[in-house]
Design a binder for this molecule. Sequence first.
Ligand SMILES: [Zn+2]
Length: 275
Amino acid sequence: MPELPEVQHAADSLGVQIVGARIACVERLDWPRMVETPSPDEFIRLLAGRRVHGWGRRAKWILLDLDSGWTLALHLRMSGSLTVHPADAEPDKHTHLVIRLEDGRRIFFHDTRKFGRARLLDAAGLAALDAAHGDEPLSEAFTIERLANLLRNRKRAIKPLLLDQSVIAGIGNIYADEALWRARIHPLRPAADLNADEVAALHESIRMVLQQALANGGSTLRDYRNSYGARGTNQDHFNAYDREGQPCSRCGATIVKTVVAQRGTHYCPECQTIP
Ligand SMILES: [Zn+2]
């Protein structure tokens, strides 16, 4: 699933191509459950004629700022991608949403697994989406002290806490495993048990693994593409995630894979121990 770095690249590569353009119409919506709000009919009606003023990202949502106070929020979930095409491009059967721009170009929301979602939000809807998510880990407000406060009194294991979008937004399975490896913290450690040095190490690690992934265009495991259709290369730089059975690049021990809170979890049994 795309996480913060992939969603940022998807948003930037889409936004830069379509900012200033006006939406002519929704040309295809053959999987109405993709639209969470408003109703699919209203979604189609309200999008027609909207101009794209800007773009952004909140948590794992791509946000397109439209005129008249609307925001089109798009979530790629497991296998979604958003790409921009010339007028004569043919969408395949997995392209469930096609938005035509007035200049003739079309935006394809391609999604083989159909978990991707779209919302057309007014200001109150956008505020609610914002309020449902926790700290942005690359923001200036996300300090070591802030992370310490977020972990305080939490008995939950640190790995599922990092995945909780209402606490810290944008981290998924890849970057949780990578950050914990880098900080030498076992994924099952209770969050509140981390000492001050470990919290500082985790803070630095979260930001480092996200920034490295941003610099590498995100990670492409299977489906992820940016809005030019390009793959990321960060998957070539994993230290823990997807490296079961391979040697730890720090100590040489074998990376193991286990299940934590129903998610496959990779860690080094030598570098990341439970005291
Ligand atoms: Zn190790």
